[in-house]
Every structure is written in structure tokens, then in C-alpha cells.
Design a protein around this ligand. Sequence first.
Ligand code: CAO
Length: 436
Amino acid sequence: MSNLKEIKINDIEEFDSVEVVSILVSEGDHISIDQPLITIESEKAMMDFPSPYEGVIYKIAIEEGRQVKEGDTLAVIDVQHSVDVNEKESLIKAPDLEADTVSERKQDKLDSFTVENNIDKNLEAHNTRSIDISSPSTGYASPAVHEYARELGVDLTLVKGTGRQQRITKDDVQLFVKNSVSKKSNKSSSLSTKHDEGPLNFSSYGETKSVELTKIQKITAKNMQSSWQTIPHVTHFEQADVTLLEQHRKELSEKLAVKNIKLTPLTFVVKALVSTLKQFPKFNSSLDLLSSKLILKNYFHIGIAVDTPQGLLVPVMRDVDKMTVIQVAEEIVKLSQLARDRKLTPRHMSGASMTISSLGVLGGRAFTPIINPPEVAILGVSKMIIQENVTSDLTAQKKLLPLSLSYDHRVINGADAARFSSYLKDVLEDIWKLIL
Ligand code: CAO
């Protein structure tokens, strides 16, 4: 017996809507828990939406390119119907039905599903599980082909399938790309026909190589440009003497090493930042130009910029004011790992009230981080400077932590930023302030 369940989009309540970039499964596919079903793109990043169930995809209720929101039905899955490969083939073959009839039935099912929104009824009314795969525009392909097309940036609905039952194969995708390249090269000798000023051409200067940007890099580029163009940025520089803090961090780290907990300077900067935000609420706000209001937030969610092979991602730690230093340390490790494994969900990526970008391990004296809207400030942290202490104890070293605070000058003025940075420095320099 079948048991149909709706798979609904969740964890994206922070966004009005997100775009379905690609659908990674097809009707009739057997899928496992956590298997990516679709790839969605918010204004912050692109991510896969995993299946909460194991079973056979009964119906896909969305299409690529559509905007979806929290609670929308993505697909219907038969969680009890387990099929072997042969049975699955017969499910998608529908040999006794003309393609049009199958299409009609499919449409009937969709209408019935939308109107009644009652899965069990729907199942009873339609014993046949035939699925229309006759039209190339439906983009039916295996998950591997979907993945392949996604990597190449190919919209499968434009590809004609030559496989069995007109399923799209890898060869079809390759042919599509070849044809697109030759068509476009006839016109402009480049794929980037959308470039306003024409494609960049350096051939007269020497040899070059074009590398496709990852989706995350494309989104980051768009967001960075928009932030830089719309927000008047100013960056304020400060240095905190963290010599004492570093002594305590090392001692604590040694004790916590047995529990595999890693305390980095960033752990303390996160806590110090939240203490400072409490004193300076304007930095924990968003500017609403439509209502001409500043929205002050009474929560402390901190975004952490994470460098991943795919590009920059900013997962968010929630309610940091309620976390201990150890919990902060564990959360940084957890989120940065999820980011590098591409397992962040939209909820992990949204709702930050301020962001920290730490280049501590990489070096540099200072930098000008770009604000992550709708936040109004971002804190950059650079590599600690080790200074020989020439005044009292000749052997002692001073450790200075460079801080770079970029702020939205429409909301925050220079004096605010100087006070904020000075308070943050004080907290980092006084371990008791940090603990309290
Ligand atoms: N000065 C000196 N050493 C520092 C330091 C600093 N400011 N910050 C961290 N370190 C040390 C740590 O103590 C750790 O040392 P050990 O291995 O000896 O313990 C080492 O550097 C590595 O730290 P980490 O990077 O693993 O951990 P983190 O908590 O400092 O940072 C994370 C975590 C996710 C922020 C970081 O890995 C990362 O991705 N940073 C890049 C962020 C980025 O790209 N920003 C730019 C955005 S704008 O383009």
C-alpha cells in the first residue's frame, strides 16, 4: 500500500521567496533521506534542499525557475512504495497509454492535488502511476544528469532528450552545450553575450584561460557590488592588546583539548562583539528606507564569514548572548564544517544582526570588509601582531589584535564607530568584562 506525503519547503521563512535553480530528481525516482531534491537560490547563496523521507517521488509540484516560499509543496513522495528497478521502469513507461492521455491524466492529478490538497484522496482517485515523459521540455533526466547540467549551467528544459522515453542523457547535455557554443561563437566569439560592453578580449596581449565562476561566487559578486554601491562605507581601525586574553585562551585550550574543543581568538571576539552591541544598539540594527525608520534588534545573531572551496559563505550563530564561550567555539566549528560540506540550510544563512570576517589565520594588518545588508556594520579581524615589549619586561611579548570596523555612514557616524571600537577593545583587554 502506498502512503503519500507532501514535501514542503521549510527553513526559509527569513526570505520572501527563493528561486528553484534546478530540480535534481524526477518522478518515479527512488530517493533516500537527505538526498538533495532541488537547488534553491536565495539572495545570499545557493543550496540544496534535502529530502526528509525515503521513498519514490510520486509528483514534482514545482518547476525550475519558479519562486517558492516557506510552506510551498515541492513534491509528493510515496514513502511506503518501495520499487525495484524493473518495477520503476514499468511505472515510468506507461506502455498502454498514448502520450496525450498520460499528459491529461497528469494534469488532472495536478489539478486535483492543488484544489483538494488531499493526498490520500488523490491516491485513491488515481490508481495508475503513469508519468508523462514524452515531452523533452519536461527535462526528465537522472539525478546524475541533473547534477552534470547544473555544473555546466544548462537549463534541462531546453535540452531535447534522445534516451529511452525521451529521457535526457549526458550526451544530450554535451550536444546542447556544443551547439550553444557554436551558435554564440558565430555571433560574438564568446559565451558572455549578456556583457553590456561586449566580451573581454585579451588575445592581443597574450594567452588567457577562462574559468567559470561557481554559483556562490556569482551571488557573492552581485551582493558585494550592490552593497558597495548602495551603502556609504567607512572603515575604522583599532588594535586591542590581547596579551592577557591569549594567556587565558592557551590555558583554557589545553584543558579543553581532551574534549576536542578548539578555542581560537575568534571565539572571544564573538563574545566581546555581543557585549559591545548591547552597549551600542545602533550597530545591531537595519535601516528601513521605505518607512524612514531604524529597526533596532533585540537579539544577537552573529554571521561568520567562512572561506570555502566554492566561495565565501556566511552562516549565522543565533542568540550568541545566551551562549557560553565553549558553546560559541563549538558552533563556529560546526557551522564552518557545514559550510565547507555545502550542507548549510537557508535558516543557517539568515537573520544575522552583524557579521565578523576573520582573516586571522591568513595574515594582513587591516582590511575594509564589505557590509552584508541589511546589517549596518561588519567587523574584520586580522592576524595578531606580536610586539616586543620594550618598556618594562624586555622578554615579554605584547599581542595586538587588529580590528577593522566597516559601518554604514547613513546610520552610524565616525564618533559612534570610535566609541564602539574603543569599547570592544576594552572588553577584549579586560577578561572580566568578557566573562560578565
Ligand atoms: N591571529 C593569529 N592567529 C589566529 C587568529 C588571529 N587573529 N585567528 C585565528 N588564529 C589561529 C587560531 O588560533 C588557529 O591556530 P591553531 O591551529 O594553532 O589553534 C588557526 O589560526 C586557525 O584558526 P581557524 O581558521 O581554524 O579558526 P577561526 O576560529 O580563527 O576561524 C573561520 C574560523 C571559519 C572564520 C575561518 O576558518 C575562515 O574561514 N576564515 C576566512 C574568512 C574569510 O574568508 N573572510 C574574508 C571575507 S571577505 O572576502
